[in-house]
Design a protein around this ligand. Structure first.
Ligand code: PLP
Length: 323
């Protein structure tokens, strides 16, 4: 593998018949669940690893709730260097096994990501040549994530009236905004979805400054960063962004719906994105005057996620009380 060839693939963009029927306008799904690591994360993390390797790094260290660590492990293997991944206690064992399967050294530490991250930074300090891969707060990550919009620009027949995504730490959101700006789609509004209990972005935009949540109480652990990155908050004042919070129940129902509608299994984080359509978030934003009335099309970024199984989804279904 040459160092310059991206580690991510150009994913399919589909016009979704069931989602379009539900929405009443054309809904395109950008299938980043089909990335080799099952989420969009490889875009930014692959880019960051490639750049760090060129600057002389020799060992990748990452902390994450799963998909970032998996992407870092996969990137390290593709680039032929070792990886150490520090994961919080909430990460399922099969996800840790996925990382081990791509030759990563996996360490469990702390309850939530922030704790694992502190430990990873400490390890990196002790080892020369360590490349610390932050899951969301780095310009190289955002640059890599921006490729999702560049691909969409070439795949859609018309400029969309909205792009729907989600916010964990805000890395994907920053990439989406940078992508939109680079393709000249400055006026395309972004709908930034979160779940209640992991709504660090919504609280930050309402407060006008970063807010640190005391704990993550949402089941969508992938959205569970206690604090979002400053850049994602800065973009709120520079681009039309609408922050929306849904219940875990809605995210779970959206995952079940996607499974039936498209035969695709994704994490609750991605369910939060899909809930924008399945739970009629767009009409609500239109009623509030935040989106224009005549929407012709929207793009949903199916961010994916490797930490989901059919059994886990059925367990979530029971937990949130869906009959
Ligand atoms: C990481 C991740 C998110 C959140 O992305 P941020 O860049 O942290 O905002 C959402 N969905 C999935 C599947 C993820 O892996």
């Amino acid at each position: 593998m040459t160092e310059d060839k991206p580690l991510h693939i150009c994913t399919p963009l589909l016009e979704s018949v069931p989602l379009s029927k539900k929405a009443g306008f054309k809904v395109y799904i950008k299938c980043d669940n089909l990335q080799p690591t099952a989420s969009f994360k490889i875009r930014g993390i692959g880019n960051m690893c490639q750049k760090a390797l060129k600057k002389g790094g020799n060992h990748i260290i990452s902390s994450s709730g799963g998909n970032a660590g998996y992407a870092a492990a996969y990137a390290a293997k593709q680039l032929g260097i070792p990886a150490t991944i520090v994961i919080p206690g909430s990460t399922p064992e099969f996800v840790a096994d996925n990382m081990r399967d791509v030759k990563a050294h996996v360490i469990r530490h702390g309850k939530v990501w922030d704790h694992a991250n502190t430990y990873a930074l400490q390890l990196a300090k002790e080892k020369e040549g360590s490349i610390v891969i932050h899951p969301f707060d780095h310009p190289d990550i955002w640059e890599g994530h921006a490729t999702v919009i560049k691909e969409i620009k070439d795949q859609v027949p018309q400029k969309p009236d909205a792009v729907i995504t989600c916010v964990g730490g805000g890395g994907l959101l920053c990439g989406v905004i940078e992508g939109l700006q680079s393709v000249g789609w400055m006026d395309v509004p972004v709908i930034a979805m979160e779940t209640k209990g992991a709504d660090s972005y919504n609280q930050a935009v309402n407060a006008g400054k970063l807010v640190t949540l005391p704990d993550i109480t949402s089941l969508a652990t992938c959205l569970g960063s206690l604090t979002v990155c400053q850049k994602s908050l800065d973009y709120y004042t520079q681009h039309p962004i609408h922050s929306v919070v849904v219940e875990d129940k809605h995210a779970t129902q959206a995952c079940l719906n996607l499974l039936d509608d498209h035969r695709m299994l994704v994490e609750l984080a991605c369910g939060a994105v899909l809930a924008a359509i399945y739970e009629d978030v767009i009409p609500k934003l239109q009623k509030e005057g935040k989106l224009k009335d005549n929407i012709e099309s929207a793009v949903v970024i199916v961010c994916g996620g490797a930490s989901m199984t059919l059994q886990a989804l059925l367990d979530y279904k029971k937990t949130v009380g869906i009959e």
